[in-house]
Design a protein around this ligand. Structure first.
Ligand code: NAP
Length: 348
């Protein structure tokens, strides 16, 4: 098109931008290194009625083999603004394109508590409010003050408070009621200077026993645990070529858990509220007969974590979809629960 801005490229392969290393070409692609490029790219797409997809760290997407027939906006903005406050708290405003784990490492080095349990998670800062990223009993909703975003409808910049974001377990307005409406530009977190690390989960408590570790030791322990499950991206670990957890942990009526216990004996579950409990998806998958290392064509289950689908080399999106369906059908036939995938599907 003759009004295509010079920073928009055509026919760009997307596989390299994803942790699964799968996906065809984007018809149009922009590396958005500042907010203005995001706004201009969006205006171009709007003028020509072209679909858009916003790509962050690529750690939670499955892109179709035929790619995406639209404009991919790769958020590549950088910068951390540091604002010390009274009463031992600090506010940091972080651009959406910053690497999440590099940011967490920085906060821990600065002795700021609030994000340490979410160490080693791949992806970008802008992705964290979308699914209210959490791990080991800590989630970003606990520390997010506000999210500045671009409204794709009105193309205005809006500042949403944490309340406006409607956070709950792995959910926000960004991936539910207002899905595809906002592009996250930056996120402001409030952290506690010299605060204590959160030690809520058994894995972490076992690691430390009665000792009182600082933030850095907790970060190190989380990374060690995640690495042992190949949940830290590492080019030398073929089991980490995945999109992290491929299925959500299902939340079911606690009553239903009791019927499963009668049928299957010991079923692990954790209360979510008065009536509902979550069951680890990894346990259901394993008990339905899909063990670690299970393979289907070039896709497979990680050797180190039942919840991760791995590209075993030259896997296509079709291979992944086939394996996903087989696992969903198997778990449903055994337990009557339909597992829901966690990644975002693009171009299907
Ligand atoms: P895991 O530690 O093997 O735990 C499996 C399941 O048990 C998860 O559903 C976890 O809940 C639950 N669980 C364990 N201990 C619990 C406790 N004390 N209280 C309540 N629930 C408990 O899980 P994993 O797959 O290896 O993942 C490790 C952590 O990373 C988990 O916290 C997981 O949620 C997190 N993670 C988050 C994302 C994301 O934000 N999108 C993606 C991948 C993994 P929770 O899921 O509520 O923690």
């Amino acid at each position: 098109m003759n009004d295509t801005p010079e920073f928009i490229r055509e026919n760009v392969e997307l596989a390299a931008f994803t942790t699964l290393a799968i996906g065809g070409n984007a018809r149009y692609f922009v590396e958005a290194s500042d907010d203005q490029k995001i706004i201009d790219a969006l205006a171009f797409a709007h003028r020509h009625s072209i679909a858009t997809f916003v790509l962050g760290g690529g750690s939670n997407v499955l892109i179709a083999d035929n790619g995406f027939d639209g404009l991919v906006i790769h958020i590549a903005t950088r910068g951390i603004e540091f604002l010390a406050e009274e009463s031992g708290t600090v506010r940091l405003t972080v651009k959406a394109g910053e690497d999440w784990d590099a940011f967490v490492r920085y906060t821990v080095a600065e002795n700021l508590a609030g994000l340490e349990c979410m160490s080693g998670i791949p992806g970008s800062v802008g992705g964290t409010p979308v699914q209210n990223v959490g791990a080991y009993g800590q989630e970003v909703a606990e520390s997010i003050v506000s999210v500045r975003c671009l409204d794709r409808r009105s193309r205005e910049i809006k500042l949403l408070s944490a309340d406006d974001c409607g956070f709950s377990y792995r959910t926000s307005i960004f991936n539910s009621t207002e899905r595809d409406r906002f592009i996250v530009l930056d996120v402001t977190y409030k952290l506690v200077h010299d605060g204590k690390p959160k030690l809520a989960y058994k894995d972490l408590q076992e690691e430390f026993g009665t000792s009182k570790p600082g933030l850095q030791l907790v970060r190190d322990a989380v990374i060690k645990i995640r690495r042992s499950k190949s949940m830290v991206i590492d080019p030398n670990d073929p089991n980490s070529r995945s999109a992290g957890s491929f299925f959500k942990n299902p939340v079911v009526d606690t009553q239903f858990v009791s019927t499963l216990v009668e049928q299957f004996g010991n079923v692990p579950s954790f209360p979510v509220d008065d009536d509902r409990s979550k069951i680890p998806a990894a346990w259901l998958i394993d008990k339905a007969g899909f063990e670690k290392g299970f393979r289907l064509g070039n896709a497979g289950i990680s050797d180190n974590h039942t919840l991760a689908i791995v590209n075993r080399g030259h896997a296509t999106a079709a291979d992944v979809i086939q394996l996903k369906g087989k696992i969903q059908d198997g778990v449903q036939a055994t337990f009557g629960i339909r597992l829901q995938p966690e990644p975002v599907f693009v171009g299907f």
